[in-house]
Design a protein around this ligand. Sequence first.
Ligand code: PMP
Ligand code: GLN
Length: 378
Amino acid sequence: IQSKLPKVGTTIFTVMSALAAEKNAVNLGQGFPDFACDALLVDAVDQAMREGLNQYPPMAGVPALREAVGAKIEALHGKRYSAADEITITAGATQAILTAILAIVRPGDEVIVLEPCYDSYIPNIELAGGTAVRVPLVPHSFRPDFDKIAAAITPRTRAILVNSPHNPSATIWSAEDMRKLEELLAPTDVFLISDEVYEHMVYDGRAHESAARFPGLAARAFVVSSFGKTYHVTGWKVGVVAAPAALTAEFRKVHQFNVFTVNTPVQHGLARYMAEPQRYLALPSFYQAKRDLFRAGLARTRFELLPSEGSFFQCVDISAVSDLPEAAFCQWLTTEIGVAAIPLSAFYADGFDQRVVRFCYAKEDATLRTALDRLARL
Ligand code: PMP
Ligand code: GLN
């Protein structure tokens, strides 16, 4: 069969989680919590099921959940999205991003991605018949190079994908970065897909600068988030996209024939649970403590620690520890040391290797300590 995605294999997350399970390694590779979500959230979903909320919800999502998301974005970012026309509940951020791309990208269009980038972006663009134009973030610092981004914009550019807090680098964009992007896009018709799944994981008192805060960005943006990250339920696969009505209308045309709608009782449960803002506002201090525990342990190894400003990832330079390429190092680390990590090269289409690997610290403190004990041997 002539493949539509000839370069795509099995994702690195699936590969490394399988290897970690086979080798009985501590899995700090794939990004997901190893601790339970709040029992009150499970109760809320359970109650919704018992109330009989088990049939198709409206195509765009359960109204109460869309209202709750709209109220949250307004409270945090001062931008009011209409729950009726501008907010859509999706099967995770993954489906939101694919659907946004399918809705706007036409054959021959260019879409700018900033590498390293989440592994679904480029295949999504190619499935839509577009061309991914890869612009590197500055190696190691992972800062955006706005001159390079500006140089990549052509009359065929349809959209740019950005992601802050950033997977895999754990950097975040400042308000100044967002303003620069706003200025750069101002004279263009380029759409923005802003992947903000780690919006509530920003540390050291810094703020998440959502595209919703910047009128020149919000007017052209699909702002994407994921309940899986915020409420420790990655397996529930529920996400959300907020976008101006004209964009949302196009999004929903694809969404209705893609999934039509997503899990009813989970949406009701989430709507009831997120009515209490403390539940997402507590996230920075919760994860910052894990980050600090993990970094303190890593500081005793020969890994060079890179910053972790946001997300639940920690990158390290492996140069002082090993001469192996990143991918081989991660295989070795999983097999021989018993700790799984993800090579950053997996987030570059050409497999660029800068001697950096990613750990996920969304784990019980005990899990992190076990991993650190093993890494201390390096
Ligand atoms: N974007 C980024 C940057 C991610 O890290 C992830 C999750 N790993 C997703 C999108 C997908 O989120 P979801 O699980 O809600 O589909
Ligand atoms: N987003 C998570 C990560 O980067 C994993 C998601 C997945 O397995 N596709 O690790």
